[in-house]
Design a protein around this ligand. Structure first.
Ligand SMILES: [Zn+2]
Length: 402
């Protein structure tokens, strides 16, 4: 570690796995599935207490209104928890953004709720890697920076949203606001077990397409009916033909219909798109509009499209390249080999990159099997990754640029 300055060495000297592990155990013991609003509020309260160690003002931001389409085709409001937002030294010369999420994919009635240590020392539990471990790493790194003589040079916003696992629909506006004017962003999704980071990410879009036809007796007057299931199936087939090297299309489900002797009046098609580029989003959006108009006309049905491309693709552009290089160099000075590779997953890093802010979105601890009952956190990576973050932040603060 001879490449580290004295200030850098001092900043990382106090980082310990044990302190962060205690926080992870405390936070992960509370179920905070996205829909468990009391659990989300409880974790937000814990985060408020822990992040009070930093200067600045914490606020809990009301979620933006989000609607969902039910199995009966009706559109209703979907409640979300409040989002954690901290602003520190808004007038400092270097401004960064740090983000994470407090929600997990495990609902309150999911069988996977308990924390256990594996024989190899890894911690198995809901959200330990994704991403309560990441939140502990972020806080430890920021605390180390605050104790450093360089702290006055850097200001930042921290956003910890409550709805990342369902697409950040109620926090996207807050993320975009917080990204504005930032030199770079770090997001605390877990690194792969071997320490590899996520580089380029594709985007995603989720749609619910509600088809309303006309019911009729299947035997007596079927010609008077307008079959919503057939029209929805036609939309699914046409959309699936858009598939190409830069666009995956997955018609996932058709709901609706009814008894065998009734021409079905209602169908809801759920479809997911995975565009690799903005151009593919534009192509898909234009095609959705054209397919919907054509099917509505040919089948004489009403078609309403709900949803959006909520996660834009995240290419590794020149700005992101510089940030990755800075993280890689910091890792090398800590004796860590840091590599990155493209992934099919999406996260808030997609939204931040779409704001033109360079982001590395897997600054959390090493872990794996996320979104499953085998999710694990490699405990001895907590201090390691906090040191990586601290060094990255200090160097950006010192340099003032990437
Ligand atoms: Zn996550």
């Amino acid at each position: 570690m001879t490449a580290l300055s004295t200030a850098e060495r001092d900043a990382i000297a106090t980082l310990s796995d044990a302190a962060m592990l205690a926080q992870v155990q405390d936070w992960a013991a509370i179920n905070s599935g996205t829909r468990n609003l009391p659990g989300i509020a409880a974790v937000a309260g814990k985060l408020g207490d822990a992040f009070a160690a930093l200067p600045g003002q914490v606020e809990l931001v009301e979620p933006t209104a989000v609607t969902s389409v039910g199995v009966d085709g009706t559109v209703s409001d979907l409640a979300h928890g409040r989002h954690f937002h901290l602003t520190v030294r808004a007038d400092a010369p270097v401004q960064m953004l740090f983000t994470g999420h407090m929600d997990t994919v495990y609902p309150v009635d999911h069988p996977f709720q308990a924390l256990t240590f594996r024989a190899d020392g890894a911690l198995n539990g809901p959200g330990v890697a994704d991403m309560k471990g990441g939140l502990a790493v972020m806080l430890a790194a920021l605390s180390a920076v605050e104790a450093s003589p360089l702290a006055g040079r850097i200001g930042y916003e921290v956003v910890i949203n409550s709805d990342e696992e369902t697409g950040s629909f109620s926090s996207a506006a807050l993320l975009a606001r917080a990204a504005r004017g930032k030199v770079a962003a770090l997001t605390y999704e877990p690194a792969l077990p071997d320490g590899t980071l996520a580089g380029a990410r594709g985007g995603t879009g989720n749609f619910s397409i509600v088809v309303t036809g006309r019911s009729a007796h299947a035997g007596r007057n079927p010609e008077e009916g307008r079959n919503a299931i057939v029209a929805a199936a036609d939309i699914a087939l046409r959309l699936s033909r858009l598939r190409g090297p830069g666009l995956a299309v997955n018609p996932a489900r058709i709901e609706g219909g009814g008894p065998n002797n009734v021409v079905p009046e209602l169908a809801i098609l759920r479809v997911n798109f995975r565009p690799a580029t903005q151009a593919e989003i534009a192509r898909a959006q234009a095609a959705i509009d054209a397919v919907v108009a054509a099917v509505a006309a040919e089948h004489d049905v009403d078609v309403q499209v709900h949803g959006s491309f909520n996660r834009p693709p995240k290419p590794v552009d020149p700005g992101a390249e510089k940030l990755f290089e800075l993280v890689r160099a910091a890792g090398a000075d800590l004796g860590l080999a840091i590599a990155w590779r493209a992934t099919g997953g999406v996260c808030d890093g997609n939204n931040i990159a779409a704001c033109g802010v360079p982001v590395v979105d897997t600054m959390g601890p090493r872990g794996g099997a996320i979104h499953s009952s085998d999710e694990f956190l490699l405990v001895d990576s907590l201090a390691e990754r906090a040191a990586l973050s601290t060094l990255t932040m200090l160097r950006i603060a010192a340099k003032g640029t990437l």
